[in-house]
Design a protein around this ligand. Sequence first.
Ligand code: ASP
Ligand code: MG
Length: 418
Amino acid sequence: MATIVQKFGGTSVGDVSKIKKAAQKVKKEMEAGNKVVTVLSAMGKSTDTLVQLAEDITDNPDKREMDMLLSTGEQVTISLMVMALKEIGIDAVSLTGWQAGIKTEPVHQNARITRIDTERVESYLDEGKAVIVAGFQGMSEDGEITTLGRGGSDTTAVALAAALNAKSCSIYTDVTGVYTCDPRVAKKARQLDSISYDEMLELANLGAGVLHPRSVEFAKNYQVPLIVRSSMVDKEGTVVEEEASMEQNLAVRGLAFEAAVTKITIERLPNNFDTLSNVFSALADDGIDVDIITQQVTGENEMNVSFSIHSDHLRESLDILKQHSDRIGYKDIRYEEGLAKVSIVGSGMVSNPGVAANMFNVLSQEEVFIKMVSTSEIKVSAVIPEDAMVRSVEALHTAFQLDERVPVEEKKKEKVPS
Ligand code: ASP
Ligand code: MG
């Protein structure tokens, strides 16, 4: 008997009728002869509601108590799901994170799973029960309830799939799969049949919200095939796997973008060994997430350093730099708000030279100024003016042949002279 893991996100269990619908999916997999572990998120936006309750009391809620609070959301769904399953004749049992043996680091609000003791889950599976596990939560070795960071239920599901050696892990969500780009912005975006772990990881880290980045990391490390699919529409989803089947031999598989980027330039810094270390340690110590960094030597023993951040962190960053101005020793600071970042991602880039050049060509044809650039083996990102973001995304989507395409078979037919 194969074990399968499936996870339902908040919108897929947003009300009682949806919970009943998800229960039918569990039943179907049980009847197909599988051992089924189901991981659930909290209902709808209930985690946000809990966060709001805390914020109504304090600006600085205790992290341990936040975990105590937020972990209740998932407990509501798992118990209701078991009731729904029993109503349709399926024997089932709900387990909190710690009952399911999910052990984490002793960190609140953003803990990593360290191991999973699967005996309890396995013994219920052996008894023929459907096992329903609360996502997003675990327990540290010292017996504290922890949570895995917002969106962390995906990671619970993948980690369980790895620990149980499951055949696959399906993530049921409110979209039908992973798209070449956010279809709300790129009107011609299309769903991918498959995507590699590395590509998905880049896209997830670039803010494609469909999967928790850490869940993709887990899936890659343990080679768990992940399937992203809709809980509402009966349609094949997207498979995330090691080598995405090259549906087309394209260098770029997907596109991501993010608004509200600010570029800060620190001018005329001393060109010393410790200058960069001083600047970025000061920012890191205050938890400022710096994205792209560029450095430019401007004169005898002088340089400029630019970096990009989320615009929300502008004030704080400027304050920190001012506080440390003596130690850092710069002459001036400039900043530019109203920027955005667009990125192209694809494993095919490794073996295809000229992809970055192509991207810059497209942006130059659109008369878009490029403010900063960063690359990895399978990604190129450009910081551009925010008001050019949407048209740049659309132009890149078309230029890299990601738009809805004609299947190869039909193309061949077209070429046959009649
Ligand atoms: N309920 C949690 C959240 O909203 C975890 C999850 O849904 O993945 O972030
Ligand atoms: Mg999610």
